[in-house]
Each structure stands twice: as C-alpha cells, then as structure tokens.
Ligand binder design. Structure first.
Ligand SMILES: Nc1ncnc2c1ncn2[C@@H]1O[C@H](COP(=O)(O)OP(=O)(O)OP(=O)(O)O)[C@@H](O)[C@H]1O
Length: 252
C-alpha cells in the first residue's frame, strides 16, 4: 500500500501541494483527478521519488521513501512501471527494442531471455506482430500499447499512468482503458492513473481521488464520487467541456 501523508511542495512562491493525504490500495486502480495545473503530475513524481517534498511522507509498505538515498530509491523504483503522458517511445528503436530497453538497463538477462520477455509483453498488449516495426509506423493507440508493454517489462508491482488516453480517439481511449483494467486484474497490479476522463474513471477505477487547491478534497469509489457534495467535484463530473470547466472554476 502507498500512503501519502501531509505532502507539501512549492516551486518558489507557487504552493502546488498543500497537505495531500491519500491512501492508494494495493492491487486496485486509483484515479487521481483534478483541473489542469493542480499538481497531479507533481504528486505522481513524488510517488517515485523524482521530486522530494518540502514536508510530508510517502510511505510504501510502511517505508518513507522521502528519506531514502538515490541508491535506495533506485531499488524502490524497480517495483514501479511508468507510462508518461507523451508515451515517449524512442523513435530510432524498433518496437521490440523499445520494450527491451528497461530489460537491458536493469537486468542481466541473456539476449534469448530478453527476446522471450519482449514477445510475452507485446503479446499481452496484442501487438506481437509489430515487434519489428518503427514507432513512426504505428497509430497513437498502438504507441500507447507499446509504452504499456515497456512499462510492464520489468514485471512491476505498481504502475503509474500519466494521462494514458489523452490524444486518442474515443474508441481507442476505451480500448486502452480496458487493456489497463484487464492487465491490472490479470497481473494483480497496483495502478495509479492521472486522468481528466470522467467516464473512463467511472468505468475502470476502484478508487477516485480529487485534487483541488493542493489537497485531496474528495475520495472514494466511483459510486461514492457520483454522490459527492463538493462543488468542484460536482462540476467536474458533470463533464463540461474543458474550456468551460476552467471558466466556472475561476469564478468560484
Ligand atoms: N519543476 C517545476 N518547476 C516549477 N514549477 C513546476 C514544476 N513542475 C510543475 N510545476 C508547476 O506545478 C503546477 C502543477 O503542475 P502539474 O504538471 O502537476 O499539473 P497537472 O495537474 O498534472 O496538470 P495537467 O492536468 O495539465 O497535466 C503547475 O503550475 C506547474 O507549472
């Protein structure tokens, strides 16, 4: 289990996180939602120790990772898979080489073992046939699938997703969401997903937490969130178009 306790982070005068408290249950999908610029990505980066807080704790199985050395953090990070917003495949490497990349970086597996693992991970996302293709030959959704295969290459226990469906058409969004859900259930992963997508969160999340003004203001199952009385949460889940949502948000 990941427990975030009273987390504070400012960049200069800009206080982004102002006392975040959140429990992320093991073997479940937790969505972190909130308006643009509220600090969702900053929070995610704290969870893997890429940013250290001004105050507060991140407990992973009871151990506070904010107190670890860089070397100890590297060990903790081996338990994580990450799928960043831009997908970030290496354009000059084939799909197979992209998935092999973390295996070459972090393991001593033989070439034969790497090939077998890459084939397994690509077949888990339904893209084995693309193994020798270049990223430029793939659609946006296929790239996300490859990025997911790469995030799963090291058999992580915890996978962090930063907006996994952004930039995809609605059909592809749904397909990637169900792939995440199906993979999470099959591999019993702990998933943390940052997303703006309310229907997808309601469809696949076990838990949803809303970040607003630097704090978690609402958390619970999708059913509980639907009944939220918090004005921001109510507005957000009414799924107004983004521009409009920000206008309403500013007027508050
Ligand atoms: N390294 C940094 N230095 C200075 N400011 C930063 C840094 N990282 C993030 N910020 C600021 O922190 C705020 C929160 O950023 P963050 O990327 O976490 O937002 P977000 O909620 O993920 O937004 P979006 O939904 O648009 O991705 C922003 O105002 C951003 O400019």
């Amino acid at each position: 289990m990941i427990k975030i306790v009273d987390l504070h982070k400012a960049f200069g005068p800009h206080k982004v996180l102002r006392g975040v408290n959140l429990e992320i249950p093991e073997g479940k999908i937790t969505f972190i939602m909130g308006a643009s610029g509220t600090g969702k990505s900053v929070l995610l980066k704290h969870i893997i120790g890429l940013i250290s807080p001004d105050k507060g704790q991140i407990l992973i199985d009871g151990k506070d990772i904010t107190q670890l050395s860089e070397k100890e953090l590297m060990e903790v990070r081996k338990r994580f898979g990450m799928l960043f917003q831009e997908g970030a495949l290496f354009d000059s490497l084939t799909v197979g080489e992209n998935v092999a990349f973390p295996l070459r970086e972090h393991t001593n597996l033989s070439e034969k073992e790497i090939r077998a693992r890459v084939e397994l991970k690509l077949s888990q996302v339904g893209l084995l046939e693309a193994i020798d293709k270049m990223p430029s030959e793939l659609s946006g959704g296929m790239k996300k699938r490859v990025a997911l295969a790469r995030a799963l290459a090291l058999d992580p226990e915890i996978v962090l997703f930063d907006e996994p469906t952004t930039g995809l058409d609605p059909i592809m969004q749904e397909s990637i969401s169900y792939l995440i859900k199906e993979t999470q259930e099959r591999l019993k992963l702990t998933c943390v997903v940052i997303s703006h997508d309310v229907p997808i969160a309601f469809a696949i999340a076990d838990k949803i937490a809303f970040l607003y003004e630097g704090k978690v203001v609402e958390e619970g199952s999708p059913e509980e969130i639907k009944k939220s009385k918090h004005p921001f949460v109510k507005q957000f889940i009414r799924a107004l178009p983004t521009g409009l949502k920000e206008e309403v948000h500013e007027k508050e």
